[in-house]
Design a protein around this ligand. Structure first.
Ligand SMILES: Cc1ncc(COP(=O)(O)O)c(C=O)c1O
Length: 424
């Protein structure tokens, strides 16, 4: 690809701005991070020189502060460059690649992803996003009229819509529970779910990290409680995978979906679906693949022709993720969140919709009494050039603030000042 075209694509894809680094960018980054090699997570959280190196490989908007990284992540330069390279390589010889090499590459990437997820490769498949992963389950399980499902009104809208469609289509009864924004204990959360379960309940949907507030739910305890009552558990891990450190089996769910373009920082259109081995045969594939045995997870893999270079780039994103370090990433994201929430807590008229401590990580939600979420988000952007997103869903009224690994504490200082000014 000609240099000017490559540069153009990069700028267009980055939406932005800061110059990206050269082709051997990951190797260069590896060298620059060598001095920090053994830096433990707790110390790394506030080690600004370490994160300054990481920031250099992210496309940072030049004319505003992006604190809406919850929608999706920009790819760091090493991943984006690899993604472009894969696309260019495949484009010359597309049919040959698709027929002769794609499956081998897909298997290799799937194995790497399963290793990161800590689950057997026979239980994991690559999808395009959480929506597709969880749709496969929600629409693929045989349900009878009168069967029931439990979920929370803070779960992601399109998951709730899919369940509501199952109500209209198959007579499923949905119970949407209301969770506390600041739970006193895990038991307070468990109790809400337990009370919604009846003898007809078949499924329970739980978000590992609630997208509008950032609250992390005690999924393992919820899953154990649900299993004891004969209920299968679907985990929405759209925001938690590669954000907080966990293995999929330790959450204890039966089905789990995530979007890799969020915190694993892959190109858009990459997700994963995990189904516990003994549950695979009981789920119909969304796209009707009959070429695989019912118990083979790869029956969910057939989604028609789509860009294979996105799948290849998952391996590059995993390499970048491991270079940063999962523990260091989690520690930094929590540190950044607590950096600004600690400074706005206590300002008159400011309230937080996100619990403290280990019940949240990078995402948090803040409101100002007397300002609607939309007015607050608009004021932050129009007056202070700080981009967030307004959330006005059920009990959650505020703006969601999502820093990223490239966010600086100076940018968060600007956020704190802006919130204080708007609350005054
Ligand atoms: C909790 C949750 N689930 C599911 C989704 C859907 O993700 P995608 O659009 O990548 O399918 C999102 C997206 O933000 C989310 O936050």
């Amino acid at each position: 690809m000609a240099t000017s075209r490559r540069a153009f694509l990069r700028t267009a894809a980055a939406g932005a701005v800061a110059p990206m680094l050269g082709p051997a960018v990951l190797d260069g980054l590896e060298r620059r991070l060598e001095p920090f090699g053994r830096l433990p997570a707790a110390a790394a959280a506030s080690d600004e020189p370490f994160w300054a190196e990481i920031r250099k490989v992210f496309p940072v908007p030049a004319d505003y502060v992006n604190l809406e990284n919850g929608y999706s992540s920009p790819q760091p330069a090493p991943t984006f460059e690899a993604f472009e390279r894969h696309a260019a390589d495949i484009n010359g010889g597309l049919s040959f690649y698709m027929r002769r090499r794609k499956d081998k590459d897909l298997d290799a990437v799937r194995a790497q992803l399963a290793e990161l997820a800590g689950c057997p490769v026979e239980e994991l498949v690559i999808t395009r996003n959480t929506t597709e992963s969880l749709a496969t389950v929600i629409h693929g399980i045989d349900l009878a009229p009168g069967d029931e499902a439990v979920m929370c009104n803070q779960d992601y809208g399109s998951m709730l819509e899919q369940f509501r469609q199952q109500s209209r289509r198959r007579g499923l009864k949905c119970a949407e529970v209301d969770l506390p924004l600041h739970p006193a204990s895990d038991e307070a959360i468990l109790d809400v779910y337990a009370r919604a379960i009846t003898p007809r309940t078949r499924l329970l949907l739980v978000s590992h990290m609630i997208n509008i507030t950032g609250q992390i739910l005690p999924v393992r305890k919820i899953a154990d409680m649900a299993h004891a009552r004969g209920v299968d558990v679907i985990v929405d891990a759209a925001h938690s995978f590669a954000h907080v450190v966990f293995t999929v089996p330790e959450l204890g769910g039966d089905y789990l979906g995530s979007s890799l373009h969020k915190w694993l920082c892959t190109p858009l259109g990459a997700g994963l679906l995990h189904v516990r081995k003994e549950k695979i045969a009981g789920v119909w594939p969304l796209f009707g693949d009959s070429s695989r045995p019912a118990g083979d997870i790869r029956k969910f893999e057939h989604i028609g022709t789509h860009p294979s270079w996105t799948v290849q780039a998952i391996a590059d994103a995993i390499r970048f993720h491991r270079l940063v370090g999962g523990e260091r990433k989690e520690a930094r994201l929590r540190y950044l969140q607590q950096y600004w929430t600690d400074r706005v807590r206590g300002i008159p008229a400011v309230y937080l919709n996100t619990p403290g401590g280990a019940r949240a990580c990078g995402i948090a939600n803040v409101g100002v009494t007397g300002l609607s979420p939309a007015a607050l988000a608009d004021a932050l952007f129009d007056r202070f050039r700080i981009y967030t997103v307004a959330i006005d869903t059920g009990p959650v009224k505020g703006v969601r603030v999502t820093p990223h690994l490239y966010t600086t504490t100076a940018e968060l200082d600007a956020l704190v000042k802006a919130i204080a000014a708007l609350a005054a």
